[in-house]
Write a protein that binds this ligand. Structure first.
Ligand code: 3HC
Length: 310
């Protein structure tokens, strides 16, 4: 029976069919999806912190309203993704416990500080831009609930990217001080944004299997290159430079060549030694404790009214 299940699963993946929660799937496929979807969800909720840092200090009511909407969207993305992970038989509590205990990751990018208002624009343009480049292919992921969550998230991510780009453009065309602030933010966020796509293909532990299962549709380096090719003309339109002297168009390749990434920094941040790792997890644990009363109230209400746990 196991062999029959495996053959049916392999045939479904090969035929570009969606695997759904009630379908048989290899344990390793299930485990890798829980790993990736959980860490994707963790990234969304931790990602609220660097931006929320500027909500009370946004320069205008319009910028404040846009930023609040974006931070609320990120929370919603986290909830979609935790729900997608729960369809694989894991619980949200379990995933959050692993995050709080440092046993599951979140995207390295959120371990950097947001030092000025321009960082909010740089995050929208670069971080959400990178997220879109990574997430559009995931709309074709073989696991149904994850792919469908991505379709909705990508629509909202596009707004996040556009508002960031527009905010940076306003600063770039503003006073010399505003232009300098936008350039400084791009200088600090460019290389960490390239690291969001993961280690080089040769050092990617999961890529081969993830691509065989059609979870990952393009390699880390392929999407990183796609992102660089998108950003170079956008930086020119912004009147800002990218902090890479090796960046240049390569006619034969049909892509931009770019300089070496500091992978020591990448692995260091993953090990927990980034500028904000401790602060992000402390804040996350504190937020979880502060929210305990809401969970208890919801559970009491559900128990009293006999509904299945919400
Ligand atoms: N930050 C933290 N960990 C990373 C990472 C990064 N930038 N890149 C890779 N890793 C981890 C992997 O999770 C894996 O560790 P694990 O075994 O403990 O999970 C290890 O480094 C080796 O990397 P691999 O390339 O072998 O791992 P994957 O095949 O999973 O590829 C990935 C990494 C491309 C990030 C893939 O997991 C993925 O596409 N994830 C979904 C997208 C995602 O998580 N995006 C977060 C971006 S932030 C965001 O979306 C918020 C936005 O709205 C602002």
């Amino acid at each position: 029976a196991q062999a029959a299940h495996e053959a049916a699963f392999d045939a479904a993946v090969a035929a570009e069919e969606r695997i759904e929660p009630r379908d048989w799937m290899p344990d390793a496929y299930r485990a890798s999806l829980v790993r990736q979807i959980a860490q994707h969800a963790h990234s969304e909720i931790i990602g609220m912190q660097p931006e929320a840092n500027w909500i009370t200090r946004a320069p205008t009511l319009r910028r404040k309203a846009i930023l609040m909407a974006k931070v609320q969207d990120e929370a919603g993305h986290g909830l979609y993704l935790y729900s997608a992970a729960e369809t694989l038989g894991t619980s949200r509590d379990e995933l959050l416990d692993k995050l709080h205990a440092g046993r599951q990751k979140y995207s390295s990018i959120f371990n950097y500080p947001t030092l000025t208002w321009a960082d909010v624009g740089a995050i929208g343009w670069l971080v959400d831009g990178a997220a879109i480049t990574n997430q559009v292919p995931l709309c074709r992921c073989s696991y149904g609930p994850y792919a469908r969550a991505m379709v909705r998230i990508c629509k909202e991510e596009s707004f996040h990217q556009r508002q960031g780009y527009e905010s940076l453009l306003a600063l770039s065309k503003g006073t010399p001080e505003q232009h300098a602030m936008a350039q400084d933010a791009v200088d600090r966020w460019w290389w960490p944004s390239l690291m969001m796509f993961g280690p080089p293909d040769g050092e990617s532990a999961h890529s081969a299997q993830s691509m065989a299962w059609k979870i990952k549709r393009h390699s880390n380096d392929e999407l990183r290159q796609r992102f660089v090719d998108i950003c170079v003309p956008q930086a020119q339109a912004l009147g800002l430079t990218l902090p890479d002297p090796d960046l240049r168009w390569n006619e034969e390749r049909g892509h931009y060549d770019f300089g070496p990434i500091d992978w020591t920094e990448f692995w260091d941040v993953l090990k927990g030694n980034g500028p904000c790792n401790e602060q992000r997890l402390d804040r996350r644990r504190q937020a979880h404790e502060e929210g305990a009363w809401v969970r208890e109230a919801a559970a009491a209400y559900a128990a009293k009214h006999g509904e299945a746990r919400a």
